[in-house]
Design a protein around this ligand. Structure first.
Ligand code: ATP
Ligand code: MG
Ligand code: MG
Ligand code: MG
Length: 434
């Protein structure tokens, strides 16, 4: 392997924005811990209110989430597509959402004075696609199309960094079934798949009944990460298992079991939302199939959103401390960082190439570490200073090469940030541990 292909900190574009929590220069637009840490540590950079640049570490992490979600969608028969962002507003007029969506909708004219919107979600576009193709036999369904793309919403108050943006990245799936029963089956399959995704990220989720809002349809569920800064209020009943967003049951007591039950309210960050839509969009946009008896019938649809950029920020929000960022293991941009001795020190001379050799060994022997090991080659800095940096960014395993490495059998100092332990291990034991 050539030296150049190893990941080296000195080569990573990671400009930090200093926004110390204790400093009186705290910026008014920084409203959450995850936002502050992600800016301070060079993960994202703000472009304008509610719009962010993903810097290399942020995008590397985000792409891991995309891979997890792609795999999960493939497992339930999802086919990945990409709908355009510019959508003719006529489609939204036909579904009745042009008015209903209100000022949150970004609208614009082209040079010929045709009206467009920057799509905040794609139910109309997906239905119009099926309509434009023309009716196909019922035998070709169910169909599950999904995309991962930017969504645009003119939020009154963008805040919390990636959590409430005006431009953000969503995974949205649209399902087309030929009857209600099979659309319910599809719906349940996607719900299961969402729970698996969140389990694999190791973040706790609550699934609650959601309000269908302007989306329409008969049934909807929301997925929330519980956190004090969450902007949604989640209601739970102490007498039954009713769980719902208060948007659904304003001014009521438990709507499920009656009046004398006690209602608890908790804050949640909405990270996903599933809707059983029925034929609201297929009827208004004429998305039909040919049924077994030869008639044209509108599809039974479902729509399923996951706020991917919000999931990244929300998981950092709940895992991090005020001073140190923590990621789900499966999303951290790197899992291991190796810190060799300071340049010019005795240890430096005696351990030449130890770091590179260990780097290559880890990548070769541990399949999951491929592309996930990082060398902290800023050799003018002390080990201690670089350890502090590694802890702040939150690389799970920090391996330090210091004078203990010179003992008869080379030993490496392994810091496991998640378990908060420090161990001295030879190479075999180190690989086993990781
Ligand atoms: P919220 O209640 O937070 O405004 P929503 O109910 O309007 O969200 P949906 O239309 O259900 O959002 O969109 C699906 C998912 O997209 C949401 O569950 C959330 O994870 C994500 N999302 C929605 N709005 C934003 C935003 N402004 N910034 C980042 N992610 C968002
Ligand atoms: Mg909203
Ligand atoms: Mg909501
Ligand atoms: Mg929602």
């Amino acid at each position: 392997m050539s030296m150049n292909v190893r990941h080296r900190i000195s080569k990573i574009f990671q400009p930090s924005t200093v926004i110390s929590k204790t400093s009186n220069l705290t910026r008014p637009d920084v409203s959450s811990k995850s936002q502050r840490l992600m800016l301070e540590l060079g993960i994202i950079q703000q472009a304008n209110p509610g719009c962010f640049h993903f810097l290399p570490l942020g995008l590397k992490s985000f792409n891991k989430l995309v891979k997890i979600v792609d795999r999960a969608m493939f497992n339930i028969g999802g086919q990945k597509v990409l709908f355009p962002t510019l959508i003719n507003s006529k489609m939204w007029k036909r579904s009745g959402r042009l008015e209903a969506a209100g000022p949150e909708l970004f609208q614009l004219n082209d040079r010929h004075k045709n009206r467009y919107i920057l799509s905040p979600t794609h139910e109309e576009a997906a239905s119009d696609l099926l309509s434009a193709i023309g009716p196909i036999s019922y035998k070709n369904f169910p169909l599950r199309l999904y995309q991962i793309s930017s969504k645009f919403r003119d939020e009154i108050k963008p805040k919390f960094g990636l959590m409430r943006c005006r431009e953000f990245i969503m995974k949205d799936m649209y399902s087309f079934d030929v009857d209600v029963e099979s659309s319910i089956k599809t719906y349940e399959g996607v719900c299961d798949s969402y729970e698996k995704i969140f389990r694999s990220l190791n973040v706790n989720i609550v699934k609650v009944l959601g309000s269908s809002g302007t989306m329409g349809g008969n049934l909807s569920h929301e997925y929330h990460i519980k956190a004090p800064i969450g902007e949604d209020n989640l209601l739970s009943c102490n007498k039954c298992d009713y769980l719902a967003n208060v948007e659904l049951c304003q001014n009521q007591m438990c709507p499920n079991c009656g009046e004398d039950s006690k209602i608890n309210i908790q804050n949640g960050i909405e990270v996903g939302h599933t809707f059983l839509l029925g034929d609201k969009y297929s009827r208004s946009l004429e998305a039909n199939f040919i049924s077994s008896s030869g008639e044209l019938k509108p599809f039974q649809m479902g729509s399923y959103g996951l706020g991917l950029s919000r999931i990244l920020a929300a998981s950092i929000e709940v895992l991090s401390s005020e001073t140190e960022m923590r990621w789900p293991d499966s999303l951290a941009p790197f899992n291991v960082v190796i810190i060799p001795p300071k340049a010019g020190s005795k240890e430096d001379a005696a351990t030449k190439n130890f770091a590179e050799t260990l780097y290559d060994q880890l990548e070769v022997q541990i399949h999951q570490l491929q592309d996930n090991v990082l060398l902290d080659d800023r050799s003018s800095l002390t080990l201690g200073r670089r350890l502090i940096d590694a802890k702040r960014v939150g690389y799970r395993f920090v391996i330090i090469i210091n004078k203990r490495t010179l003992e008869p059998v080379p030993l490496y100092e392994l810091n496991d940030l998640k378990k908060d332990v420090q161990l001295l291990l030879n190479e075999t034991a180190l690989i086993d541990y990781i």
